[in-house]
Every structure is written in C-alpha cells, then in structure tokens.
Design a protein around this ligand. Sequence first.
Ligand code: FDA
Length: 493
Amino acid sequence: IINAASTVDSLVACLQRNKVLNYTTPSSSTSFNAVLDFSLQNLRFTEAGVSKPGSIILPSTTKEVQSAWACVRDGGWALRVRSGGHSYEGLSSTASTPFVIIDLMNMHAITVNVAKKFVWVESGIRLGELYFAIASASSNLLGLSAGTCATIGIGGHVMGGGYGLLSRKYGVAADNLLEAQVITANGTLIKKVSTSDPDLFWALRGGGGGAWGIVVAWKLKLVSVPSTVTFFNLRRTGKQAITDLVFKWQSVAPVADPELFIAVYMQAVISSGGVADMGATFYGQYWGTTNQTVALFSSIYPELGLTASDCKQGNWIQAVASVAWLAEPEALLNRQQTSRSFFKAKSDYVSTALTKQALAGAYDIMMNNTKGWMIFEPYGGLMSKIRSDEIAFPHRGGNLFMIQYQATWADDTDSPDNELIAWLRGLYSYMAPLVTYTPSRSTYVNYIDLDVGDSVSAGKSYFGSNFAKLVKIKARFDPSNIFNQPQSVPVSM
Ligand code: FDA
C-alpha cells in the first residue's frame, strides 16, 4: 500500500537526484492545478471529486522522460502519459490508484523534410501547430492526414487512428506512420520500432493509447495537397428536410471522389415559438475551385442546394482552420482550446444505410435535448481499400460512415451530468439495431467510452478481429501490464 504523502517526497528526491527539475506537486506549487487543467479537454475530469496525481512531471528531453519513468516505476506509482490531454474519459489525467502524470507538452519539436515528404515530431505537439508548420515549410503544398481539432496531441491521436478531412484520400494518421520511438517498461529507448519490433509498430498504429510504452517521437508521411481547396458550410433546419437530406447524404458522401469530404453535424434547435426542431450543418472541403464545387454538388447532391455563398476558396491550411472553427490559420498555433466543456461521447459505425424512418426516430430523441449532438463522418475512398488487419486500426471496407454522439454542457452548477448521460445512452441504445457489429458493436477507440466495458469487452469493440493479435503483442511486450488504463489492451482475453 502506497503512503502517497511520503512517496511524493521520495519521488521528488529521485527526480532531483536524476536532474529532472520540471515537475509540480499538490503541496509544492501553486501552479499544480493550472498545469493539471491546462490540456484536460473534458471538464468533467477537472472536478473536485476526481482523483489527482501525486505529481505532474514535464520533461523536455527523451533522457528526462527515461529518468522520470524510472522514478515513477521504482516508487510504485501508476503512470499516466499525457500528450494533448484530449482523452474523452480523462484517461491521461486520472487513475484509480496513486498515480503520476508524465506530461509531454514541453516536447514539441518538429522537423519537416519537404523533399522527402516526412515530418519527425515529438509527442507533445498539437495538430494545429503541426499542420501550420507543414503548410509553412512546403508553401501550402504538403499536408498531413489527421483529425480536425487543433489542440489534439499527436501522441494519443495516432495510437487511436486519427480520422479527418484527408482520411478518405490518404487514410487515418496511423496509416501514415513511418516510424516511432518508444520507451519500454524497463526504460530502454527503442529508436526504430518499425524494424526492431514490427509487431509493436503494428500495435502503435491504432491499438489505443496508454498500453504500449511511452512514445516520445513519431515520423509521419506528408501528403500532397492542391494549391486550391474549397471549404463549405451550410445550415439547414426542419426535421423533415434534414431527414431527407441526410438520407440522401448516405448514398453520396461515402462513395464520392476521395477529394470530396462532406460531414454532417446535427443538433436540435428551439424555434422562437419554443418548439423543438432539428438543425444540421453540412461542412467539408473539395479539391477544386468554388465553381467546380458548386457544379459537382448540383450533379451529385442537388437536394442540398449548395451555392457559392456557402463556400470559401483558399489553400489547404485555410480549410484546416475553417473546419476547426478558427478565424485564421495563425489561430492553429494556440496550444490550448479557448472553449472547453463537460461532455460524454459515444460512437458507432454504419454499414447499411439508415432508413428515413430510423433517422426520424433518432431525431425524435434528439429533439428532447438541445445539449446533445451527432456527427456523421463519411468513410469509403482509401479507407475501404486498406485491409482491416493492415494495421491495428480496424474500421475499413463495408463501413459507410462513423457516428459520434455527444452530450455537451457548459457548466456544472445544476449538475446535469446524470440526466444528459442517460439521454445519450438512450440514443445509443435506440441506434443498436442499426449499426455495425464485427461481431461486437464497432466503436472508435479515439472516442473512448468507458461504458463499452472492461478491457476485454472494449477491446472487441474497438479492435474487432485485430484484438486477438493485439493481446498477443501486449503479452510479449508488456507481460506485467505496466502500461495500462481501464480499457487498454490486456495481456490475456
Ligand atoms: P491524451 O494525452 O489524453 O492521450 C490519450 C491516451 O493516449 C491516454 O490513454 C494517454 O495515456 C495515451 N497517450 C498519450 N500520449 C501518449 C504517449 N506519448 N505515449 C503513450 N501513451 C500516450 N479524433 C479523431 O480521430 N478525429 C478528430 O477530428 C477528433 N476531434 C476531436 C476533438 C476534440 C475536441 C477532442 C477532445 C477529441 C477529438 N478526437 C478526434 C479524439 C482524439 O483523437 C483522442 O482523444 C486522442 O486520443 C487524443 O490524443 P491526446 O494526445 O490529445 O490525448
């Protein structure tokens, strides 16, 4: 049994002996809470009743990470590695036993190689600053396929897959991983995981965060992007209209050219007369001019009624900023999200198009709650050409789209958590007969959801038929399960 108070002292003594001097503890520093909350994206995990770490260590070099890890391990602490802190369940910032966070936010070096089309990054880099650096170095001709939110850390993101606007064209971020550097349980640094341990390299590409050691650096493939991109955003309201439009969307977005990405965000609205109705925002990008985009939509999706006034023409980094709801590309450099909220999320995959009746039923549930929303993101394109066992990320051919459901609230003064979470679970159970099973209900590990169950149940949902191989790799690589979180891949099934 750990006596946390005395152990913090011995941890600190160990850190100092090893010249790891950038750390904070609850009693030693007034900045402790600020550092803890800096990148904690889900405010549910900033609340007073949530477990807090004995220390947050902020290394600047790989050597410091190794020394810090030795002190944490030898002191008997559980470890939480944090890159961007965007875990939906706060899994990089909380634990059920005494724990320490190694927060990699100060390790954010980027080396872009334009000629050879790759980038080396340290784990604490945020997607926004990475996109900005790539666009600047390549005069807007190279990009990276990864998620849309600018403050996500590359560390957790690649290990879960990493889906975004370029995924139909170039796959998820994990498909574009070329190399990684990992610190193992005994503190050794593996400098070239791809050749020294190909199985571990396979697992790092979608096998989920918190299970595979401490990844300190990533080499990712850069992809060509055109000099002209059109990004669009248009709003529609009315339950019937949205039912019809989204029904049609299912036969357009997943089969369109991979250069076209159309997602749809749906949320209930209350009219000025106080009546609930549905609202939807269709957004995305196309690799062409505005005229070409409007012409394409009028041929494949005329019902949407996209016009030039719904579009903006620019370069790739402007499209990235726009989809991240930022006014200008420079805002991608902010390392902290300006607006954060309390939320709970769930996800599904859909392989058989939803009927209008099924959609209308979901909207009836949504119209009971304006704090809930749903996004449909199209698959298809390259996503369906890559084999589902090519890397650990399994969600490939056959999936038309992914659904993300969220209940989001801005303050906790009226403690709405349970009511909203119950509503979300209700929507998710309504959708149960309509979504993909392989054979467990398919779920995206980057939208981690503790409701999915223990590490075995969750593993089957997150990784489908890749789960058994992941368990074998885990048993060989980390047999004592030193790197773990409640849903990390276990050492046996
Ligand atoms: P965080 O630091 O919380 O890490 C997540 C997990 O990985 C934890 O278990 C952590 O311990 C582990 N981990 C992190 N760094 C590690 C390292 N270096 N070595 C070992 N383990 C490590 N996803 C998507 O695919 N597309 C999208 O567009 C979005 N959009 C989005 C928006 C917002 C607002 C949020 C909050 C999240 C998303 N996501 C997303 C989900 C996101 O991809 C997911 O939460 C990632 O795991 C976040 O990675 P971070 O490094 O930020 O998280």
